[in-house]
Design a protein around this ligand. Structure first.
Ligand SMILES: [Zn+2]
Length: 270
């Protein structure tokens, strides 16, 4: 009898853990989600305000409108709860080739990335990737993992997205030191690949040519020979990434053609 109730206790215990922690990402990958999305979003918004106050924001309305045009087109095709998120954008006058996103949909784009992503479709590949980090709950997943492993990362400070080697100097100065550890942790490759898969879907659904994502990464790789762009430093190696993106072409091109057939063809210009 004792053995039996112990067994039952274990089953109940395991069930409770499973209910709390199991979720699925948009690609169907099971995720450990332990944190409150609302508190992460609140903290993301707080950190975003700090960044906006501290970093040199672009003043040129044409540049801002261009990045906003691409970003809005992508966000328009996001569905579910994330369509109602209070998405915000900051375009920062910094030469580093980088973009990143904070929990709650706060997107930061450096002007440096506009020198690499030289048309709307290539910029859409970057924005789609960052938006996908949010809709895939990657921040919560990271924060949850940190909590379980007892790393002691300030979960409030976890920021998603790009490469953080030199680019973060600005962000590092802007944020409290407690935030730095979470900020500097690169995302796992698994999450990066997932953000690529979901990101190319978003860009294609929004009417951007998904093949331009590969053109962008080819350029990143070419530059890689001399100096690693920050965006690449924490992201999957170029060749793997390109192969993975090409593998998405069949579905992405179908989304793209559907978007065009439905009159979705963005015209964002610098
Ligand atoms: Zn990423």
């Amino acid at each position: 009898m004792i053995g039996n109730s112990l067994f039952r206790f274990s089953v109940i215990f395991i069930s409770i853990i499973s209910i709390i922690s199991c979720a699925s990402s948009p690609t169907g990958r099971s995720q450990m989600i332990l944190k409150s999305d609302a508190s992460l979003e609140q903290e993301g918004a707080r950190q975003f305000r700090k960044l906006r106050e501290s970093l040199p924001l672009v003043q040129d309305p044409r540049t801002i409108d261009y990045v906003a045009c691409v970003t809005n087109s992508i966000i328009d095709v996001v569905d579910g709860d994330y369509a109602d998120l209070y998405w915000e954008l900051a375009v920062v006058d910094q030469p580093d080739v980088n973009a990143y996103v904070l929990p709650g949909g706060k997107i930061v784009v450096n002007t440096g990335i506009l020198n690499m992503a030289t048309n709307q479709d290539q910029l859409a590949a970057v924005i789609g990737h960052e938006v996908a980090h949010v809709t895939s709950r990657h921040a919560n997943e990271r924060a949850s993992r940190a909590a379980v492993t007892g790393v002691g990362v300030d979960i409030a400070a976890i920021i998603l997205g790009g490469g953080y080697r030199n680019q973060t100097q600005g962000a590092r100065d802007a944020l409290s030191t407690g935030a730095v550890l979470g900020l500097l942790n690169p995302f796992s490759r698994l999450q990066e690949t997932e953000a690529d898969v979901i990101g190319i879907e978003y860009m294609a659904k929004a009417g951007f040519d998904p093949r331009e994502s590969v053109e962008l990464w080819k350029k990143m790789n070419a530059k890689n020979a001399s100096k690693i762009p920050e965006y690449l430093s924490t992201h999957p190696s170029g060749e793997t990434r390109i192969d993975d993106l090409i593998a998405q072409y069949p579905s992405a091109l179908e989304y793209f053609n559907n978007a065009k057939a439905n009159g979705l063809s963005p015209n964002c210009n610098l």
